[in-house]
Design a binder for this molecule. Structure first.
Ligand code: ATP
Ligand code: MG
Length: 861
């Protein structure tokens, strides 16, 4: 029935007629009917991928690539046993990875649904009723609905504009382009008249008729939105993966060369060399990662109402070492009150007049806290204009302009128009025609008021001859100032404590605001952020801790990265400045979070490693954020950071334990391969052992890391990781070699050797699972290459206790069970177990000593 987008070019009347709608909107009955045939307005850029694409994507990971390569090499060599084992490993790891991703996507989608979004539509109860603007869930929008749009809204469907005022949108979700694009019903082409689902309203207000919903929108047709750059989590996992891949690739030639040099063996050692390399893979990584994230995100949603929309953001939260936050509405309450005594009566009256016309022209939409405060202020002065005047145009506020203008027509002077301009003091004064001393005096007064923590606006007016074309920002010139308006904004309760807690947890806090540096500096000091000595208005040297947007503009990327690391407060920032500062911090190697609630925070929310928005922030801010906080309660960000660190700590524990024991095995296999006349481990045994290890290590997703993990940013650091696994890998190999010695004395034959090593391997693995986890009684191995202080032990959670006990039991009992024969293992003499106990005791003592030594070194002053 209603074909849509191609009608965009038609006249407003034509479009409305084509859609069976009217400027007053649909009736509730019509809307319900249309919902039934058009379906819910759910824009899903791509249907959730099925198994095949997921498996393909899983196969693209570096481990799978190496494993697959090794499998091909084995097959070419006709080593069918090894090739078979590898094939099983590749298959299992791809399936697990795909399954993990599916679970993660479902969990994220379920969490995402907890953050509902709404849109404002104009509808009528019945045909004869007056239209009412009301909020409806975005899913209930139908073609023909008349929607109203204001700054911070996400455009809910494809919309043909009917009316607009200074309307601009970000189309980043569609085009990746971040600058706001103007839209108007009078634009020359379709692109200018249409707003697309998924765009964010940057400034101004508009109403429009919905031309397409759900799968019919351009967003649905375009497919996946432009991908964000690699996240901190992706970088960390890549770093660790490639370290392992390098070791794996090195293992094959080393095994071949050593065997050739020492034993004079040729290519026949290839299958064995391959098995050694395969032994290094941490196959369970994707499963442990998903389980840790899903669990962390569920707990956060359940206990604290914090929604993690992109699961790896949990790692990025834990890894975050700098949090940039906006000020107004985030660190402050955002409920402004006019301070009449501090400002000028004349200015307050003019500003209130401007706000009133803004309200009138926008159906109450698009008013921000400043205008609301002015409207709420009880007027004690007469109207500055005689009654009967009307508003003919509006140049709305944008964070880049920092001012707003209403254009009024006066009945007493028909040929002229009156411009009423209010905005940031610097920006308004720059447009005023006054002599230097007066300008300077106003500026000084504004600085003094700002220094007291007040938000200050300047108000100015001008008369212009009326003319045919609309007024533009070029007309905001030669103004006459009317003085200053001062507004009070209390700091948010709990903000000081929350910032202190973040700082104590190793997260540096920086404030990025569009406000005056004086006002912002005062708020920072009130919240306990140390800005150092010196005044904000002395550039650079005196106070490097405060930077303004103007100064940011003069710096190249390198200089900005350096200064941004030192500065605490960035004032008079446009949205672009905020994003540039966040980018600079990331370039300087920091993991940067951004906390913000408004349209002026959107580019920065997208630029950050992790974007955080409060639930009552603008729709667009919530849509752009990775994490949505329950309320304006800043303490919950600390809770979310702790959850992120816990999840990362568990992943790191898994990696450390899995890779140290695997590396230990590789070293032992290398040595044993040279010493023994037979293979130290058969492919089937490698697989059985891997399966046991993998199953047991899944329990790490349910570990509770020690408190030290929560004390500083938790990052997977490839270098620290490599050092750690090398040290404990060598330890592990030493225990293996001691066991080989024991076996040489008490056992004879291939099967006994394999059985002896199998038992020792599983028990040592159980031991390091207990001893190398963070928060263990042996005081080591914390989070991510870090260390646990003395007395920080946390009890072994139940899943881990069961896993460890089962692993040790299988190690002891399998060679005695009926499974021993198919695995080509054999029972061992009792003497072996006695001697093994001695080896294990020595290994345990050695581990404990090494752990203590490491942790003492870390905690040395
Ligand atoms: N409705 C408004 N009308 C006119 N000027 C405004 C209005 N709102 C804000 N301003 C001025 O523009 C400046 C920048 O506003 P912007 O919204 O970018 O940031 P902010 O609200 O001050 O701070 P934050 O970035 O911390 O949210 C304000 O400091 C104020 O001087
Ligand atoms: Mg804000």
């Amino acid at each position: 029935m209603v074909r849509v987008n191609e009608r965009a070019g038609a006249s407003v009347v034509g479009v409305l007629r084509g859609l069976g709608s009217r400027p007053r909107g649909l009736t509730e009955g019509e809307a319900a009917e249309r919902l039934a045939w058009a379906g819910e307005n759910v824009v899903r850029p791509l249907p959730a991928p099925g198994w095949a694409p997921r498996l393909l994507r899983a196969a693209r990971d570096p481990f799978t690539g190496v494993l697959f390569g090794l499998g091909v090499v084995s097959a070419l060599d006709r080593a069918w046993g090894t090739a078979g084992v590898i094939l099983v490993l590749v298959g299992v790891s791809c399936v697990l990875r795909a399954w993990g991703e599916m679970r993660a996507d479902r969990a994220a989608a379920a969490l995402g649904r907890l953050v509902p979004s709404t849109a404002t539509v104009r509808r009528r109860a019945t045909e004869s009723c007056a239209p009412l603007a009301r909020e409806v869930p975005v899913e209930e929008i139908v073609p023909g609905d008349v929607v109203q749009l204001a700054p911070g809204d996400v455009v809910p469907a494809d919309v043909r504009l009917l009316r607009s005022r200074g309307f601009t949108v970000h189309q980043a979700a569609l085009t990746g382009e971040s600058a706001p694009v103007p839209k108007s019903p009078d634009a020359a082409d379709d692109d200018g008249r249409l707003c697309f689902a998924g765009s964010d309203v940057a400034s101004g207000t508009a109403s429009g008729v919905v031309t397409a919903t759900g799968a019919g929108t351009v967003l649905a047709a375009t497919g996946e939105p432009p991908r964000r750059r690699t996240t901190a989590f992706g970088r960390a996992v890549n770093g660790v993966s490639w370290t392992l891949v390098r070791i794996m690739a090195l293992a094959v030639p080393v095994v071949l060369a050593v065997n050739a040099a020492v034993r004079g063996r040729g290519w026949e050692t290839l299958p064995f060399a391959v098995a050694v390399a395969v032994g290094l893979t941490p196959e369970m990584l994707p499963v442990v990662v998903t389980a840790a994230f899903v669990r962390g995100a569920r707990d956060l949603a359940h206990d604290d109402g914090v929604i993690v929309k992109r699961l790896p953001a949990l790692h990025d939260l834990g890894a975050m070492d700098v949090l940039c936050t906006d000020k107004t509405g985030t660190l402050t309450c955002g409920t402004l009150v006019v301070d009449a005594a501090a400002g000028d009566r004349d200015a307050v009256a003019w500003a209130a007049l401007g706000s009133r016309w803004l309200l009138d022209g926008s159906d109450g939409l698009g008013l921000d806290a400043v205008d609301e405060a002015l409207l709420a202020h009880p007027s004690d002065v007469p109207e500055p204009l005689s009654p009967g005047h009307s508003c003919v145009d509006v140049l709305p506020f944008t964070p880049a302009r920092r001012l707003s203008t209403v254009v009024l027509a006066r009945p007493d002077r028909p040929g002229t128009r009156m411009l009423v301009v209010k905005g940031a003091v610097e920006d308004v004064l720059a447009r005023c025609a006054v002599d230097e001393p007066e300008r300077e005096a106003l500026r000084r007064r504004a600085d003094a008021l700002a220094g007291g923590g007040l938000r200050v606006l300047a108000v100015a007016t001008a008369e212009r001859p009326s003319r045919g074309r609309p007024f533009t920002s070029a007309d905001e010139r030669g103004l006459t100032p009317h003085g200053l308006v001062a507004l009070r904004d209390e700091t948010a309760p709990g903000a000081r404590a929350a910032l202190a807690a973040l700082t104590a947890a190793g997260v540096e806090v920086k404030v990025l605001t569009g406000d005056h540096p004086g006002t912002a500096a005062r708020v920072c000091r009130d919240l306990g952020l140390d800005l150092g000595p010196g005044a904000w208005d002395v550039p650079d040297a005196a106070c490097a801790r405060v930077l303004t947007g103007d100064r940011v503009d003069t710096l190249d990327d390198e200089a900005l990265a350096e200064l941004a690391s030192r500065a605490i407060l960035f004032a008079r920032c446009t949205p672009a400045h905020k994003a540039r500062v966040v980018d600079a911090l990331r370039r300087a190697g920091r993991v940067a979070g951004y906390l913000g609630d408004g349209v002026n925070d959107l580019p920065a929310l997208r630029a950050a490693d992790v974007g955080v928005s409060p639930r009552d922030g603008a729709d667009a801010a919530r849509a752009a954020a990775d994490v949505v906080l329950a309320a304006k309660d800043l303490t919950s960000i600390g809770t979310a950071v702790a959850a992120g660190r816990r999840a990362t700590g568990n992943i790191a524990t898994y990696l450390r334990v899995a890779v140290s024991s695997n590396l230990g095995n590789v070293i032992s296999m290398l040595v044993a391969g040279v010493l023994l006349p037979f293979l130290p481990m058969l492919p089937a045994q490698v697989l059985a052992q891997n399966l046991c290890f993998d199953a047991a290590q899944l329990a790490f997703a349910y570990d509770r890391p020690g408190p030290s993990v929560l004390r500083r940013p938790a990052r997977l650091r490839p270098e620290a990781f490599t050092r750690f696994v090398t040290l404990y890998g060598v330890f592990n190999a030493a225990a293996d070699l001691a066991t080989f010695g024991v076996l040489a004395v008490v056992a004879s034959g291939e099967r006994a050797f394999h059985a002896g090593w199998f038992t020792e391997n599983l028990i040592t693995q159980a031991m390091i699972m207990v001893m190398l986890r963070s928060g263990s009684a042996w005081g080591t191995g914390a989070g991510t290459g870090g260390g646990t202080g003395p007395g920080e032990r946390t009890a072994l959670p139940r899943p881990l206790r069961i896993a460890v006990a089962a692993l040790a039991a299988i190690g002891l009992l399998l060679p005695l069970s009926p499974l021993a024969a198919p695995l080509r293992l054999r029972a061992l003499p009792p003497l072996y177990y006695g001697l093994l106990a001695v080896v294990l005791a020595a290994y345990g003592a050695g581990l404990a000593l090494a752990c203590r030594h490491r942790s003492r070194r870390r905690h040395a002053p």
